[in-house]
Design a protein around this ligand. Structure first.
Ligand code: F6R
Length: 642
């Protein structure tokens, strides 16, 4: 049974959170626990011949939960015959058979895969006329009421704190209704709809009141992207700006979250403020850096009083005075900085992030998309090449999804025009481009690209990646295109890592026998391409571990385009001067298909080169603030020990 803070009977100890929060290692374990709780409830209701009324959510969060429920049905005989379900919401207008509809989502992921009776599930109807909606919503609520209310409501949470589609500003007694979607919600959804302009502006949602009336509520959240809103909802004031915060006032609500989503909670982020802690090296570093940044003081200027007044007096007792702790942390941070990411030849390396030997290293940079290498570690990439290492770059996926149709049409038409003028012997090759042009000219919004179009989009990105690598100075034989199969679904939704992905990755590592591997370490993103690419590398490295060459191989993780390592986590910081920043920018510019407004812009309107520069500058500023040397920019890495 999952404990809930506000369930008085369980005696959950309240800390900084005003709502019960249960933290799991990862979303899979958490989803399984929630599925188990649902199964227990369904069975208990079956025993007493009652129906079980479930409130269900869509979005990326409950996918693992539904997969586990389907497994419980298929493998352990869990029956859904007594289940009556009500979904939270549906886009409006929306046809039920559209690939974007929540009806289709629910049927594919759960309803059609279990034995729930078709008359027992309810999903708001996106096909009504505007005039019909109010009456429809009243009936939706009346049906729930007639069944005695929702027994268990499952929720996800929006980046703005919405529950269902009750956006910021929704009142606690709001009813089921037609709502306008927030810009931030539409931006999040636009990655599924292939652009903001194609994303619906309105939706029908169950109101907050009915959610609050549910007998139990479980809100689930995964990934670092949700960590800020989870902290605000669980620890902040109850406010209509964050509808999830209303759950603090529910008497049986709980947040089920993974470690990444929990990372900003006070008891995780600054545990010494909540309870007595064992001061590990990692924790001391985190606490001291946090203190310095909080007080806006360089590390060496922190005083005993600063430690005492900020809940760190037991650290002083353990290892003080402040002067000693400061020096020790200052040195550690100082030693993370190096202009020699491949190790400094003939230098004492006892306090450097990398080994001096061998002087010339074989380096393998894995880039999930064709531009992550230059965006996220371009300065280091260039340094490694300039410092004489044998640098290989491996583009893990084709990245074809992120090329706009008009860009592909431009290239395909170019080839067609060329062929028409000069003729071409190979009819099959000609057909690829002609078919692509015809397809693109007639493509509907919701259509998946034809194989020809995907091929052309992949070619465009391949050309750009090659151009970057040539710009850095790599010969062709050190540029590898892996085209991992998990990515090639033609849709945003990717397959999980498969045996073929791992084998391809292992083969490349074995061929190169690298001394250094660089990988995009977006550990917190539970569904994205980067995570799958990383899973393939982790698995490949683990399997190759017994091989002798692996004894001499170090793995460094960089962060993708969207986020940076925490300042306390960084183990190698490679500084850049102003000229190197410009050089990196030129390298990023080779990715023309990703400039001037991209398919997956997200909520950040900056271009990739701007995001990269801002982020690298921010890291350098933090080092400066801590009292280190002031550089124009810095790229950050964490070592993964396998
Ligand atoms: C979905 C819903 C939304 C989502 C929320 C999080 O039915 O009502 O509140 O739960 O937007 O979405 P994901 O899970 O995609 O991050």
């Amino acid at each position: 049974m999952i404990k809930s803070t506000t369930d008085k009977a369980t005696g959950f100890e309240k800390r900084f959170e005003n709502i019960g929060t249960v933290i799991f290692e990862d979303s899979t374990a958490a989803s399984k626990a929630v599925a188990k709780e649902i199964a227990t409830l369904i069975k208990a209701k079956q025993k007493s011949n009652q129906s079980c009324v479930l409130g269900l959510a869509t979005g990326s969060t409950p996918k693992g939960l539904y997969a586990e429920l389907v497994r419980l049905h298929k493998e352990e005989g869990l029956s859904f015959k007594n289940v009556i379900s009500f979904n939270l919401d549906e886009y409006y207008p929306m046809e039920p058979d559209s690939i974007y509809s929540y009806v289709r989502f629910m049927k594919e992921l759960l309803l059609d895969q279990v034995d729930i009776l078709p008359e027992n599930y309810h999903i708001p109807d996106g096909t009504l006329t505007k005039e019909e909606i109010a009456e429809y919503c009243r009936n939706y609520e009346a049906k729930i009421k007639a069944l005695g209310g929702i027994d268990l409501q499952i929720l996800g949470i929006g980046g703005n704190g919405h529950i269902g589609f009750n956006e910021s500003g929704s009142l606690q007694n709001s009813k089921t209704r037609l709502v306008a979607l927030d810009h931030i919600t539409r931006v999040a959804a636009s990655k599924d709809f292939g652009g903001l302009d194609k994303t619906p502006r309105t939706a029908i949602t169950l109101g907050v009141k009915k959610i609050m009336e549910a007998k139990k509520v479980i809100l689930m959240a995964w990934g670092e992207g949700k960590s800020n809103i989870i902290k605000d909802s669980a620890e902040g004031e109850v406010t209509n700006r964050i509808p999830a915060s209303y759950l603090q006032e529910h008497n049986n609500a709980v947040f089920i979250i993974d470690k990444a989503a929990a990372s900003k909670l006070t008891r995780i982020n600054t545990p010494w403020l909540v309870e007595k802690v064992v001061w590990t090296d990692k924790l001391v570093r985190k606490a001291v850096l946090g203190l310095a940044l909080h007080l806006n003081k360089p590390i060496l200027m922190l005083t005993d009083a600063d430690y005492i007044e900020n809940g760190m007096s037991d650290l002083l007792t353990d290892s003080g005075p402040a002067y000693d702790i400061n020096i020790s942390i200052f040195n550690k941070i100082q030693h993370t900085i190096t202009g020699w990411p491949g190790g400094k030849p003939n230098a004492d390396d006892s306090n450097r992030p990398e080994r001096a030997e061998p002087i010339k290293k074989r380096v393998l940079i894995f880039s999930p998309h064709p531009d992550d290498d230059i965006i996220s570690m371009g300065g280091t990439f260039i340094r490694l090449q300039e410092q004489g290492h044998e640098v290989h770059v491996a583009y893990q996926t084709s990245g074809n999804i992120a090329v706009a149709d008009d860009e592909a049409l431009r290239f395909a038409s170019f080839v067609c025009d060329y062929n028409e003028k000069f003729g071409i012997d190979n009819k099959d090759a000609q057909n690829i481009y002609e078919n692509a042009v015809t397809f693109l000219k007639n493509k509907k919004d919701s259509e998946i690209d034809s194989p020809e179009v995907r091929y052309i989009k992949g070619l465009i990105r391949k050309g750009e990646a090659r151009a970057t690598s040539h710009f850095v100075g790599l010969p062709d034989e050190q540029i590898h295109f892996m085209e991992l199969p998990f990515y090639e679904t033609g849709t945003i939704e990717k397959n999980p890592v498969g045996e073929d992905d791992i084998k391809i990755t292992m083969a490349l590592i074995e061929k190169i026998k690298p001394h250094q591997i660089y990988a995009a370490g977006d550990l917190a993103d539970p569904h994205g391409t980067h995570k799958v690419c990383l899973d393939a590398i982790f698995e490949a490295v683990k399997r190759l571990k017994p091989k002798t060459f692996m004894n001499d191989c170090w793995v460094w993780l960089y962060r993708g385009a969207w986020q940076e390592w925490g300042i306390d986590e960084i183990e190698m910081a490679v500084p850049m001067g102003p000229d190197q920043v410009l050089q990196k920018r030129k390298g990023i510019f080779k990715h023309q298909s990703q400039k001037d407004g991209v398919v997956f812009q997200g909520s950040d309107s900056r271009e990739f080169w701007q995001r990269a520069e801002d982020r690298n500058k921010e890291t350098a500023n933090l080092y400066d603030q801590l009292g280190m040397a002031h550089y124009a920019a810095m790229e950050a890495f964490v070592r993964w020990e396998f």
